[in-house]
Design a protein around this ligand. Structure first.
Ligand SMILES: [Zn+2]
Ligand SMILES: [Zn+2]
Length: 158
C-alpha cells in the first residue's frame, strides 16, 4: 500500500471513529479492519459480503459475516462506502472516500462491472431539476448489456 493509500485509510478510520462516537457505537478492531480491507482493494472493485469474508478469513482475521455486513452498512451510512444492488445480484460495496461519483455498466452474461462517468448527465440533472423544481442531489444509472469482449462468458458459449 502506498503512502497516499495509507493516508486515505487513516482518514477513513478517523471519519468512522467520529461517526461511531456520535452514534455511541462500539469501536471494535474488527470494524476498523473492514476499512483496511475494503480500502485495500483496487479502487474500482465491487465486492459482496461473502467475497470480503473469504478475503479476510484467508488473511487470518477472525470476523463473522454478520460483523462484515453490519460494518459495511455503517460505512455506507457515514459515506465511506457505496452499496449497489445490481439486477439479480447480491449487494456489492465499493470504497467511496476519494472516489468520485461514477455510473456502471453490468454485463448480463458474465456480470463484469465496468465504470464510466459522462458529463452529459449533469445537463440532464439540471434540466430535470428545473422541470421538477427539485434540487437534484444524486443519481444512479446502471446500463445492462451483453458485453462484446473476448472473455465474456456469453461469447465463450457461442
Ligand atoms: Zn463502481
Ligand atoms: Zn460479458
Amino acid at each position: 500500500m502506498s503512502m497516499a493509500e495509507k493516508s486515505v485509510v487513516e482518514k477513513a478510520k478517523k471519519i468512522f471513529e467520529n461517526f461511531l462516537n456520535r452514534q455511541g457505537s462500539r469501536k471494535t478492531p474488527e470494524r476498523f479492519s473492514v476499512i483496511d480491507e475494503l480500502y485495500g482493494l483496487p479502487q474500482d472493485e465491487h465486492i459482496d459480503v461473502e467475497g470480503l469474508f473469504l478475503l479476510m478469513r484467508n488473511k487470518g482475521y477472525t470476523i463473522s459475516r454478520a460483523t462484515i455486513y453490519n460494518t459495511l452498512d455503517l460505512l455506507v451510512e457515514c459515506g465511506l462506502a457505496v452499496k449497489h444492488q445490481f439486477k439479480d445480484k447480491v449487494a456489492l460495496y465499493e470504497q467511496a472516500l476519494t472516489y468520485k461519483h461514477h455510473d456502471h455498466h453490468v454485463c448480463n452474461q458474465c456480470r463484469k462491472i465496468r465504470e464510466f462517468s459522462d458529463d452529459r448527465l449533469s445537463l440532464i440533472k439540471e434540466a430535470m431539476g428545473r422541470e421538477f423544481q427539485s434540487a437534484i442531489s444524486s443519481h444512479s444509472l446502471v446500463l445492462y448489456g451483453d458485453c462484446q469482449i473476448e472473455n465474456c462468458e456469453n461469447l465463450r458459449i457461442i
